[in-house]
Design a protein around this ligand. Sequence first.
Ligand SMILES: NC(=O)C1=CN([C@@H]2O[C@H](COP(=O)(O)OP(=O)(O)OC[C@H]3O[C@@H](n4cnc5c(N)ncnc54)[C@H](O)[C@@H]3O)[C@@H](O)[C@H]2O)C=CC1
Ligand SMILES: O=C(O)[C@@H]1CCC=N1
Length: 257
Amino acid sequence: MKITVIGVGNMGSAIIKGLGNSKKFTLSAMNPVNPRVSKLADTLKFELVNTNADVAELAPDVVILTTPAPVTVAVAKELAVLNDHTIFISAAAGISHNDLRAVLPNKIIANIIPNTPVEVNAGTIGLALPREITADDISTIMTVLDSLGDVIEVPEQQLDIIGVVGGCGPAFVDVMMDAMSDAAVKHGLDRQTAYQVVASMVKGTGTLAYDSQLAPALLRDQVTSPGGTTIKGVEALEKNGFRYAIMDAVNKATGEK
Ligand SMILES: NC(=O)C1=CN([C@@H]2O[C@H](COP(=O)(O)OP(=O)(O)OC[C@H]3O[C@@H](n4cnc5c(N)ncnc54)[C@H](O)[C@@H]3O)[C@@H](O)[C@H]2O)C=CC1
Ligand SMILES: O=C(O)[C@@H]1CCC=N1
């Protein structure tokens, strides 16, 4: 299957690396001239073109749009010349199926919100499929997305909130990991060991929650030994409004005032 990624920034690079790891696809990309992207193409050995007009020659089966949201509809319009069997998967946050349908009237279009862990095939990918789509096209889309991580299909109106929790969430967790690492350094751990411990702890905590399907509050209760150290830390989190800070981060990232 031939896949072309349009816009090789943070998200586009993560997707190309993840797809490259799976070794299942023939990859190519389009990005305006940029030495960083040329270097990535050389390293990962994918074909790179610098204009949308050149994408037709690549004849992709699947196009993944990872351009900045404000230019995505204009970019899609330039790609309307592609074969009508081309499947478009758009990762642009806030750009709806209808926005794209208006400029790609005859194409198959799916909307996703991925996150940066797709780079290591451990992504969280919210997926909204159109109403009219064949089983074969769904199968093609799932072959691509399953190779990047966990795919969670939702109605399009839920894609924004999935996008905030799954897509923005890694940045919120990164802030917490950074703060925890600083505290560990304050208590004498060298920085590299601090990062390793914190990242391993987050990875294991996530895997346990995902595999057990237990409520986070129940998992927390398993750590808080009576009269122990953890409950003292949890009390400090409550005192400092940690839970509300997280809820407010999600609220604000949805665009809520
Ligand atoms: N960064 C993330 O974690 C996530 C990003 N997204 C979506 O991915 C898209 C890209 O976001 P980032 O990678 O963070 O931005 P970015 O700024 O890192 O990357 C954008 C890339 O698109 C290229 N570009 C700009 N104009 C272009 C055009 N007209 N045609 C082709 N390429 C063009 C830029 O040169 C750059 O390489 C956005 O629509 C965003 O909503 C979605 C989920 C998560
Ligand atoms: O910050 C953003 O707008 C994008 C969408 C989800 C994650 N990054």
